[in-house]
Design a protein around this ligand. Structure first.
Ligand code: ATP
Length: 307
């Protein structure tokens, strides 16, 4: 398996506070990798370190199989990015802005500008200067600029900001096309699960600077939305018993005295018997089905994973 991005214990501090804390992530070639997390989770800072806009305080980054250093700028030619709000020369048209970008990047296939503008549906807007564009149009132009040079890796920080629901759907379709037809690897962030769950091959959940989970989408869609919830005052003991007895790999313990077992191979009855046998007093035990949203919220909001 070829990894296009790999970080090891990546950390960045600002004024002694960790904005990104020991993040080790791997983005595989050709996949869409979605970073999910609330505002302030550290997603932008990770992307800035990968694109050499911010230097890591500690840790390493490998891009295209090579460890990057402070002076590694040549990888940037193989990448397209939108980080924070894209800025343009606002008296120029979309086409002129992209021409300038291609000149700057030393990329001389001028046909690619037309193709990029077509892909984001801006080809018909020929004469308008960018200052007359809506926020959504500017966002789409940002994506066009990121893809004109046919990058192998596309890094998009909250690319659907400012888009309406139709625009968001168009972007999702565009990302699928770029990934499937052009073989681009895409690293995209969002604070809204619905925007990435339909397209991401892997989801990385971040909060408070930490990578809480990196998981292939196919592993979570069914198995993690069904769970058995046990309420008990002896959560620690109960989790220990269940883990030992059934070799469970995905149990979450919540502060309020709840345990969730996201592994429905084991019958509810067998879980109950094992707990009773070990003198764990159970207040209730239920099988529940949550949405994917609930699952991710439970990772973000608490619950230590006992693995
Ligand atoms: N230049 C900076 N100086 C000081 N603190 C910073 C700086 N950049 C980021 N931070 C802090 O680091 C933390 C992570 O910010 P970051 O922008 O990476 O999060 P995010 O997940 O991308 O959120 P958002 O979607 O709001 O940008 C925040 O607490 C932020 O205030």
């Amino acid at each position: 398996m070829v990894h296009i991005v790999k970080t090891n214990q990546l950390t960045r501090t600002y004024g002694g506070k960790e904005a990104v804390s020991n993040v080790s992530m791997s983005v595989k070639q050709g996949e869409i990798y979605g970073m999910l997390g609330p505002n302030g989770a550290g997603k932008t800072t990770v992307m800035k370190m990968i694109t050499n806009l911010v230097k890591p305080t500690a840790g390493e980054i490998e891009l295209f199989g090579e460890r990057i250093t402070d002076s590694s700028y040549r990888h940037l030619g193989r990448m397209g990015m939108i980080i924070e709000t894209p800025i343009f020369y606002d008296k120029m048209t979309a086409h002129e802005n992209l021409e300038l970008h291609c000149d700057y990047m030393g990329y001389h296939n001028k046909n690619s500008i037309k193709e990029a503008l077509e892909l984001v549906n801006l080809n018909a807007i020929d004469k308008k200067p960018v200052k007359e564009f809506s926020l959504g149009m500017k966002q789409r132009l940002g994506i066009a600029r990121a893809i004109t040079t046919k990058p192998e890796l596309l890094i998009l920080d909250e690319p659907t900001n400012g888009l309406d629901p139709v625009g968001i759907k168009e972007m999702r379709e565009l990302f699928s096309v770029l990934s499937k037809q052009f073989g681009m690897t895409i690293l995209v962030s969002s604070h809204i699960l619905g925007e990435i769950e339909l397209i991401a091959d892997t989801i990385a959940v971040m909060n408070g600077g930490k990578l809480l989970q990196e998981v292939p989408m196919e592993h979570i869609t069914r198995q993690n939305t069904e769970y058995i919830e046990i309420t008990t005052r002896e959560c620690g003991k109960a989790a220990y018993v269940l883990e030992k007895q059934f070799q469970l790999t995905n149990i979450r313990v919540f502060d309020g005295g709840q345990i969730r077992v996201y592994d429905c191979r084991v019958a509810q009855n067998d879980l109950m018997k094992a707990l009773v046998l070990h003198d764990v007093a159970i207040e209730s035990i239920y099988k529940k089905t949550g949405s994917l949203e609930d699952y991710f919220l439970s990772i973000i909001n608490g619950g230590d994973v006992v693995v």
